[in-house]
Design a protein around this ligand. Structure first.
Ligand SMILES: Cc1cc2nc3c(=O)[nH]c(=O)nc-3n(C[C@H](O)[C@H](O)[C@H](O)COP(=O)(O)OP(=O)(O)OC[C@H]3O[C@@H](n4cnc5c(N)ncnc54)[C@H](O)[C@@H]3O)c2cc1C
Length: 319
């Protein structure tokens, strides 16, 4: 009974392989990775735990926009052939569509956005996931296998890269029905170039910052710490002071830096869900009862307009 893994993002694929590797001895089968065509170094999946790596080929896979219906059909064909007990898919917006379509084709259970996945010796599969807009954690048991699960990036630590050279990537051709939708035109969106998901330091601002021009105070702190600037949802979505690439949280980017500094952020669960795995969390808030302090390793109770300039002064004297 195999475990099948698929993500269009290589780092997430590597993380899913670690979970698949843990499950494979219980299920008594192999770990098969479906690589996304065009993604770099599919052979790298061998070093992260795959027994087989398959790259799909079909004329229908050409084009700028990958269609979820094609990839769910490919996974379905692999499921028919290998009868996996569990299919793990990266929990991106697109990955979730692929997973849901696949579960529909297989007629099996599907759990999205799992933040914990465990398979016991009796092959009972249990997951945990945030529900109700991130206000509650739901523990769920899959009634039977197979099951399709999606897991967000940075939930599962990767296995260390194996020194062995690994195997040969298999290129496999798939029969796909002509797509039912076609992309007519793709216009790239302007993006700010921020890279929150890989940053070692993230300094995030919330509604404690009172005016758009005050973003400068927080971005200077981010720059001084060689970090990226993050924000809460209201700053990006409601006030539109920053592009949404800066938005951290359940519905924004999930970050896992070495240091996360939360400035003027109350610490609602939807924000915490996106940054709680940071190695060290520092919070600056003028309200001593702000929930952010429960998630923080270090807290500074004070007005950000006094605290941040003081930190900048201290940093200058350290240099
Ligand atoms: C379905 C759903 C998804 C969501 N997804 C996300 C998400 O992904 N990310 C996200 O961030 N939010 C998300 N939210 C919104 C979330 O619930 C909160 O509303 C939001 O995180 C609050 O943002 P904030 O901390 O900036 O603002 P507030 O909650 O208003 O907090 C501002 C804080 O600043 C402090 N403050 C004020 N002035 C100062 C000062 N001068 N110095 C120091 N501190 C000061 C206050 O004490 C307060 O704690 C989501 C909500 C829903 C319903």
């Amino acid at each position: 009974m195999t475990v099948l893994v698929f993500s269009e993002q290589v780092p997430t694929g590597n993380e899913l392989l670690a979970k698949a590797r843990e499950m494979a001895p219980v299920l008594g089968g192999q770990v098969i990775a479906l690589a996304y065509p065009g993604s770099p170094g599919p052979e790298g999946f061998y070093k992260r735990g795959a027994d087989r790596v398959i790259v799909p080929e079909s004329p229908h896979l050409a084009g700028d926009v990958p269609l979820a219906e094609n990839y769910s059909a490919i996974l379905h064909q692999l499921c028919e052939e290998h009868k996996p007990s569990v299919v793990l898919v990266g929990s991106t917006r697109w990955g979730k569509e692929v997973a849901a379509r696949l579960a529909g084709l297989l007629g099996c259970g599907c759990a999205l956005d799992c933040t914990s996945v465990s398979l016991d010796a009796g092959k009972t599969l249990t997951v945990e996931r945030l529900v109700l807009g991130g206000n509650a954690m739901s523990s769920e048991q899959m009634a039977k296998l197979p099951a399709v699960l999606t897991v967000p990036a940075k939930v599962i630590p990767c296995l260390p890269e194996a020194a062995s050279p690994g195997g040969q990537v298999e290129r496999k051709s798939f029969e796909l029905a002509p797509p039912r939708a076609a992309s007519l035109k793709v216009t790239p969106r302007e993006v700010s170039g921020v890279k929150l998901d890989t940053a070692q330091v993230v300094v995030s601002m919330g509604r404690g910052v009172k005016a758009k021009e005050d973003i400068r105070i927080i971005s200077e702190l981010a720059r001084a710490l060689n970090g990226e600037l993050g924000c809460t949802r209201p700053i990006a979505a409601d006030l539109k002071w920053l592009p949404k690439e800066h938005w951290v949280g359940l519905s924004g980017t999930k970050v896992k830096p070495r240091v996360y500094v939360a400035v003027g952020i109350s610490g609602q669960i939807q924000h915490i869900a996106g940054m709680r795995d940071s190695a060290l969390i520092v919070a600056i808030n003028k309200d001593k009862d702000a929930p952010i302090f429960k998630a923080a390793d270090f807290g500074i109770i004070g007005d950000l307009y006094k605290v941040v300039p003081e930190i900048m002064n201290q940093l200058k004297t350290c240099k």
